[in-house]
Each structure stands twice: as structure tokens, then as C-alpha cells.
Design a protein around this ligand. Structure first.
Ligand code: NAP
Length: 269
């Protein structure tokens, strides 16, 4: 079909993003054009679902025969895990799902793709994570997903530094179960000696935020990566570039994740 002539018909498959609040979401603007590029007869719309209604909504999706899949975001990423009929091992290990699809028999399958989006984003810039040592600042939702995806991708060593130490310890304990061969340090004393330094905290979004790491120990042979997208060049990336480090922006994580989500939800012509 010529996509400029495309319109919603009785054949069109329905996709969504499930969130509360919903107005801030940007995925419809990313995935609808991607479906037009891929010649997919589908539309992705916002589903504004409150936490208390999530279980009933997922039950309804099993019977919605033209439903292809949905992105799942705040506040549902943890609570939807137990509502899925099947959860991929990475999502089960992380304890969160951010994308679901409906199988033809109505079963709802969940996965998590933000960490894999980060890893694919690195690869898209020619940075392979295999056998690297990684310093991860943060132990929240995004940091946990990234830690598991980096472990899945075959890094050799992970240092986890988070303001709240108990969260780093909890993440390290969960990683030890899923990836017992991975060497994990909780609260490493500095970024020195790590190949790749990743900021997966929220620090850097607001003007005046402190830097998430002590940059005095950064050396020019290290790569410094962000997951914050706005501003594009965070104070951390600016400081790392000044020290001669290679820098990696936050945007590729989202770009790569959109493609992974489209693939997982079966957005194919
Ligand atoms: P989250 O679960 O709330 O975790 C926030 C993290 O930031 C925690 O590690 C937290 O430490 C740390 N933090 C917050 N304020 C801090 C402060 N003042 N000092 C030190 N540490 C602080 O949030 P999230 O979902 O992981 O998101 C984190 C960031 O990732 C956000 O900026 C978000 O925009 C970004 N993100 C980007 C993408 C992408 O595609 N590029 C995808 C997802 C998220 P504590 O545990 O001590 O509170």
C-alpha cells in the first residue's frame, strides 16, 4: 500500500501505550511514523489506565482480537509483571515489563527493552560492551534494566554506585542470581580503571544538579555514557569531553528501543 494513502480501516491493528498520567508520552509520535515506514497497517494510541484498573484492562486485552501490543510505562511497569501470561527471562530478572504483545491465542507476553535499547544504542555507535568493565551510577529502574542488559551482553565487571546504598546491594544480589559469573562491586571507590562509565541517575536533567560521579578520576581512555536525553550534552558529558573521553549521548537508547519495541510487538507489514 502507498503509505501516503494509508487510513484506518477494519483491517488496522491496534497498539497502545499504557500510562497514568498519559499526556506527556512521546511514543505515539515515534512509533506511528515507524509503522508508516515499515508499511504496517497499524495505529498506536494512548491508553490512560489508572493503577486500580490495570488488571481489568489486561484481561480485556486478551479478548481484543485486533490488539497487537502496547508499551507499558509509569506507574505500571512492576505491577503488570504478574498480570502477564508469560514474561521473558530478562524482564522476570529485572522485575519489570515495559512492552507487551498479544499472541493469536490471546496470551499476553511481556518483556523489558530499555536496557537492551541502551546496549543496542552503544553498538549503533560502534561500542561493543562484551568483556568491558562498566561503572554504573544509579540503581533505580533504568539503571537496573541497563545492568541486566549489560550482563546479558557479556560485560566482564560491573561497579554499582548509588546514593542509596541498599538499592545498589539489592541490584547486586539480583544480578548474582541471574549472572553468577559476573564480577560486581558495590560502591566502587572511584571510576578509575573502568572502560565505560554510565550515568543512569536522574542527575543532569535539572540546571544546577551536582555531577553524578567524581570526574577528577576520569582518564582520556574511558568512555562516558548518558541516558539523559535533555539536555543533549549534560554537564557530565561536557566535563568528560574536556578530559578527552569519548562520550555517548542518551538519545540512541530511546531510538534503538523504539525499533526493538516495534519488532517485539510484531509491527511488520
Ligand atoms: P528512578 O527509578 O526514580 O531512579 C532514579 C535514580 O537517580 C536512582 O538511582 C536515584 O538514587 C538517583 N538520584 C535521583 N536523584 C538523585 C540525587 N539528588 N543524588 C543522587 N542520586 C539521585 O528513575 P529511572 O526510571 O531509573 O530514570 C532515571 C533517569 O533515566 C531519568 O533521568 C530518565 O529520564 C532517564 N531515562 C532515560 C531513558 C532513555 O531512553 N534515554 C530511558 C529511561 C530513563 P536513589 O536510589 O538514591 O534515589
Amino acid at each position: 500500500m502507498n503509505q501516503s494513502d494509508w487510513q484506518i480501516t477494519g483491517h488496522t491493528r491496534l497498539f497502545g501505550i499504557i500510562a497514568d498520567p498519559i499526556a506527556q508520552v512521546k511514543t505515539p509520535q515515534g512509533l506511528n511514523p515507524l509503522m508508516r515506514e515499515r508499511d504496517v497497517d497499524g495505529v498506536l494510541v494512548p491508553f490512560h489506565v489508572a493503577a486500580l484498573e490495570l488488571a481489568a484492562f489486561v484481561r480485556m486485552l486478551r479478548g481484543l482480537r485486533n490488539f497487537g501490543g502496547a508499551i507499558v510505562t509509569v506507574p505500571h511497569k512492576t505491577s503488570i509483571v504478574s498480570l502477564c501470561d508469560e514474561v521473558e527471562p530478562l524482564a522476570a530478572a529485572v522485575g519489570a515489563v515495559n512492552c507487551i504483545r498479544r499472541e493469536t491465542d490471546g496470551r499476553i507476553v511481556g518483556t523489558i527493552l530499555d536496557g537492551r535499547g541502551f546496549v543496542e544504542g552503544l553498538r549503533s555507535q560502534g561500542i561493543g560492551p562484551e568483556n568491558r568493565s562498566v561503572f554504573l551510577a544509579g540503581a533505580g529502574g533504568a539503571a537496573s534494566a541497563i545492568a541486566f542488559a549489560l550482563a546479558e551482553a557479556g560485560i566482564a565487571r560491573l561497579g554499582i554506585a548509588n546514593r542509596t546504598r541498599a538499592r545498589s546491594e539489592n541490584l547486586a544480589a539480583r544480578l548474582a542470581v541471574a549472572y553468577p559469573q559476573l564480577a560486581v562491586d558495590v560502591a566502587p571507590s572511584s571510576v578509575s580503571g573502568f572502560d565505560l562509565v554510565v550515568n543512569a541517575t536522574a542527575l543532569g536533567m535539572a540546571a544546577g544538579d551536582p555531577l553524578p560521579i567524581d570526574i577528577a578520576a576520569l582518564a582520556a581512555d574511558q568512555i562516558v555514557a548518558e541516558i539523559i536525553m535533555t539536555p543533549r550534552t549534560t554537564p557530565l558529558l561536557a566535563a568528560a569531553a574536556d578530559r578527552g573521553c569519548r562520550i555517548h549521548y542518551g538519545q540512541p537508547m530511546l531510538d534503538c528501543q523504539l525499533a526493538l519495541m516495534a519488532d517485539f510487538m510484531g509491527m511488520r507489514a
